[in-house]
Write a protein that binds this ligand. Structure first.
Ligand code: ASP
Ligand code: MG
Length: 409
């Protein structure tokens, strides 16, 4: 049995016409001889609306009820898609997360998938059903409550199903026709990549590229699921996200990613003793602050400074957490300064591993355009810098030019 997973994002199921368009694509894959597991998102805008209703109803809402409400968007589209397919003569049926079941942790709002039962769907495929339309983004906890997987979680549902069912491919249908070297809204020179390695996609996604949920790429990498990102509105081939071995020549830099709304916190006058980093970042982690870059200064006379970045909307929480820890006496520091309107710009490429001078070229390109770098961090296949937000576009364009990304394909 050849199984294909086809995931349709919110814009691809935004109204009944678009659901019909998506259904036609599913029908043609059935005609190609595949059994298809379709994963649908909620109609675009729906999840935001549902989240808004929850917040309006209850300030300190019960996360279990939040999940019960927001999971409903996907339930609606799964039923509608199934109806449309039936109308087109395709033997289809819908599945909600708990019916499969997709078993998850109890971390409501950001649950993780623990296990997927394949029996129920396989039994129906054996009976002759050709398409299982699955409501994305949701599962069921050990307590029997509906859970959701975090925003953008339908991508993760799709990849997890592809892994569990050993699908031939996982096609992610969206409103862009693939993965680009950078956001085409920032430079017209951005080009579509035909292939990109899982690892590069993972770094791009975590550095701010919004095509796929980071966790879905992590899963795809772990289970070697080939992903294809493509548009549901065109027949152009998309971008194949595959293992490194399937790429002939690795790019030194494959893309420039960015995230706009970052903040930076510098704590100075810290006594440099063992355990100080744990004393700072422990409470931040407990408070749920998503700390990204961290830089510790060399200490002079036993006193040091620590700088970290976090999403701008978590800055108040981060500052409060630090001040509370200071009052409680768990950390001691003299001064805390924060800065908003920061952006992070990153270059990513697997070929970097075997190439010297990539960081140097990045810094020279930024210097040439007088973009001041505030913080730098590197990994094996990524170099990131923090810059003032007003330089974001310029920085992206200058890096795209410097590494000649318009020549990639
Ligand atoms: N509908 C959910 C969201 O908007 C999940 C998804 O579409 O992936 O976050
Ligand atoms: Mg999405």
């Amino acid at each position: 049995m050849s199984i294909l997973v086809m995931k349709f994002g919110g814009t691809s199921v935004a109204d009944l016409d678009k659901i019909a368009n998506a259904s036609a694509r599913v029908k043609s894959e059935v005609a190609n001889g595949h059994k298809v597991i379709v994963v649908v998102s909620a109609m675009s805008g729906k999840t935001n609306e549902l989240v808004g209703w929850v917040r309006e109803t209850s300030k300190f809402y019960d996360a279990r009820e939040y999940d019960a409400v927001v999971a409903s968007g996907e339930i609606v589209t799964s039923g509608l898609m199934s109806l449309r397919l039936q109308d087109m003569g395709v033997d289809a049926r819908s599945w909600q997360g708990w019916q499969i079941p997709i078993e998850t942790t109890s971390a409501h709002g950001s649950a993780r998938i623990k296990n997927i039962g394949t029996e129920a769907i396989l039994a129906k495929f054996d009976e002759g059903i050709d398409v299982a339309v699955v409501a994305g983004f949701q599962g069921i906890s050990d307590e029997g409550r509906v859970t959701t997987l975090g925003r953008g979680g339908s991508d993760t549902t799709a990849v997890a199903l592809a892994a569990a069912f050993k699908a031939e491919r996982c096609d992610i249908y969206t409103d862009v026709d693939g993965v680009y070297t950078t956001d085409p809204r920032i430079t017209k020179k951005a080009t579509k990549l035909h292939k990109i390695a899982h690892e590069e996609m993972l770094e791009l996604a975590s550095a701010g590229a919004k095509v796929l949920q980071t966790r879905s790429v992590e899963l795809a990498m772990r289970y070697s699921v080939p992903l294809q990102v493509r548009s549901s509105f065109s027949d152009e081939p998309g971008t194949l996200v595959c293992s490194e071995e399937e790429i002939m020549e690795l790019n030194v830099v494959s893309g420039v990613a960015f995230s706009r709304d970052e903040a930076k916190v510098t704590i100075s006058g810290i006594e440099d003793t063992p355990g100080i980093a744990a004393a700072i970042f422990g409470p931040l982690a407990d408070a749920g602050v998503n700390v990204d870059m961290i830089v510790q200064d060399v200490s002079t006379q036993g006193v040091t400074a620590m700088t970290f970045s976090c999403p701008e909307d978590q800055l108040d929480l981060a500052v409060k957490t630090m001040e509370d820890a200071k009052s409680a006496g768990t950390i001691g520091f003299k001064d805390l300064r924060s800065e908003t309107d920061i952006a992070k710009v990153s270059i990513v490429g697997i070929g970097m591993r075997s190439h010297a001078g990539v960081a140097k070229q990045m810094f020279e390109a930024l210097a040439k355009d007088s973009v001041n770098i505030k913080v730098i961090s590197t990994s094996e296949i990524k170099v990131s810098v923090l810059v003032e937000q007003k330089y974001l576009e310029l920085a992206v364009q200058s890096l795209h030019d410097s590494f000649e990304l318009h020549k990639l394909s």
